[in-house]
Write a protein that binds this ligand. Structure first.
Ligand SMILES: [Zn+2]
Length: 156
């Protein structure tokens, strides 16, 4: 870990409805923080958005305040629930299939899956269909189990 003199620690700070839990992976070159909203959801928010008062909730307080529109990520237990639910394609995805990306360097399709804040590598394949198949198997094993668990929690 590399610390610069300017590095801030916002852990424990409160911004609007957001309590800063811990540093998150940086978003681009900017520092970001994992925050828990008063509503119970978690969101990753960039430092400048917290300090400027631009983002004061996970997005539950209205669209203008929605960090997802800025980051494309909302977390619960570190897993992007909306992303799993919608099975949406990330903007920088190259294949049109979630979790399947073309690696120009290797000349292969790479299958990955995001679960509880970690990205799991599912292998790389010369065939696009094989990579999609690997991703589908990963989804069945991880995502569906997680979403089931999450659905149970929200019902109780
Ligand atoms: Zn909220």
């Amino acid at each position: 870990m590399e610390y610069s003199r300017k590095k801030l620690d916002l852990t424990g700070q409160r911004y609007g409805h957001l309590n800063v839990l811990r540093p998150a992976e940086n978003v681009g070159a900017r520092t970001a923080w994992l925050c828990r909203c008063d509503c119970g959801r978690e969101a990753v928010v960039q430092t400048h958005r917290l300090r400027s008062g631009h983002t004061t909730s996970c997005g539950c307080r209205g669209a203008r305040d929605n960090p997802r529109s800025a980051l494309g990520l909302t977390y619960i237990d570190g897993t992007c629930v909306e992303m799993l639910r919608a099975k949406t394609v990330r903007r920088n995805n190259t294949s049109g299939v979630p979790g399947v990306d073309w690696c120009p360097g290797k000349g292969r399709w790479r299958a990955t899956i995001c679960f509880k804040g970690r990205r799991y590598y599912l292998g790389s394949y010369t065939s696009f269909d094989q990579a999609v198949q690997a991703r589908k198997q990963g989804e069945a094993a991880l995502h569906d189990a997680f979403l089931h668990e999450f659905a149970q929690q929200t019902l109780s």
